[in-house]
Design a protein around this ligand. Structure first.
Ligand SMILES: NC(=O)c1ccc[n+]([C@@H]2O[C@H](COP(=O)([O-])OP(=O)(O)OC[C@H]3O[C@@H](n4cnc5c(N)ncnc54)[C@H](OP(=O)(O)O)[C@@H]3O)[C@@H](O)[C@H]2O)c1
Length: 297
């Protein structure tokens, strides 16, 4: 704690009785994955607030690559706080160790606050959280459910456009979270007092099955889109046939074969606790995405 206290003094920080902290200077925030689904939104919000932002990605002005540790220190130079979204997936083998090593380096570099994007019901993700919490900085965990935007900005856009979404998942309920809510929570944690030391488990306001979600998208877009449950083995075989890398297939098999087994079939109050408002509903997400024309063919 000595080094943390010294950093606090050096950076002119304020603390409140909840042992939370905010910076009084505008040293930049490093937004990892800053052009991705959540990171782009975090960066946009910080910029709109007049905060200085450094994007952390392989194509950024100061390149950052999770697979090349030599890039980590330059990206951290002069940084006040970091939004951490890990690639390829926080539950990927070795992900927790990488995130932990990065958090330790950030602490040694004088970073004040780490905000980690994590996943629900994944032991590997909770291991990464523990390593961030132990690094010696202020920290906030944003532990998210399955993203709604996977259907228009992620892996499931192609199947939705094709008119048939075939996945190895049954009638399990998932409270899809809108990534705009994730970004709002992360930015609150990065810019306001009161969020250090918090684990915000963020979900949407209601459970939907994947079939429900596809039905909502079909309704909103006015298209005929069907959902089909397929066996896990058939699903991974097709992915292999299409040349999807083995590690990606392993991750999807873990997600659909293990994580979507009902363990996460409940809503959580993280958005309400962090922001004092309800999370956005999947219908609103679907209506807004459809209005943009993203699901038109
Ligand atoms: N999808 C879900 O439903 C869900 C749910 C809970 C948690 N999560 C977690 O969310 C995280 C992903 O967040 P996201 O969806 O916002 O990200 P994303 O959209 O997948 O992010 C892509 C971003 O990552 C950068 N990137 C890709 N490979 C990189 C590498 N090797 N090193 C550094 N940057 C790299 C990309 O930029 P460049 O191409 O320029 O490098 C881009 O900025 C994962 O850790 C996942 O486990 C996801």
């Amino acid at each position: 704690m000595f080094s943390l206290t010294r950093r606090r003094l050096n950076r002119g920080m304020t603390t409140n009785e909840n042992n939370t902290a905010s910076a009084t200077t505008d040293t930049p925030t490093l937004v990892l994955g800053g052009t991705g689904k959540t990171g782009r939104r975090v960066a946009e919000r910080l910029t709109a607030l007049g905060r200085s932002v450094r994007i952390g990605s392989r194509t950024a002005a100061v390149p950052f690559d999770w697979t090349d540790r030599a890039t980590w220190q330059p990206a951290l130079d002069g940084i006040d706080s970091v939004y951490i979204s890990y690639q390829p997936d926080i539950a990927a083998p070795g992900g927790a160790e990488e995130v932990g090593a990065f958090a330790e380096l950030a602490a040694a570099a004088g970073v004040r606050h780490l905000v980690l994007l994590s996943g629900r019901g994944e032991p590997e993700a909770q291991d990464a959280e523990a390593r961030v919490r132990a690094a010696g900085t202020f920290w906030t965990v944003v532990r998210a459910s399955f993203f709604a935007q996977n259907f228009d900005e992620g892996e499931f856009l192609g199947p939705v456009l094709s008119g048939e979404v075939a996945l190895p998942v049954g009638a399990v309920g998932e409270p899809f979270i809108d990534v705009d809510d994730i970004a709002d929570v992360a930015v609150a944690a990065l810019t306001e007092d009161g969020h250090a030391g918090q684990v915000y488990e963020v979900t949407g306001p209601r459970l939907l099955t994947f079939a429900d979600a596809i039905a909502e998208i079909a309704r909103a877009s006015g298209r005929d889109i069907t959902f089909v449950q397929v066996p896990l083995e058939a699903y991974t075989a097709v992915l292999t046939e299409y040349g999807v890398p083995a590690e990606v297939i392993d991750l999807l098999a873990f997600l659909f074969g293990e994580v979507l087994d009902g363990r996460n079939a409940h809503v959580s109050d993280g958005v309400q606790r962090a922001l004092g408002r309800a999370p956005r509903d999947f219908s609103d997400y679907a209506n807004e995405a459809a209005a943009r024309g993203i699901w038109k063919v």
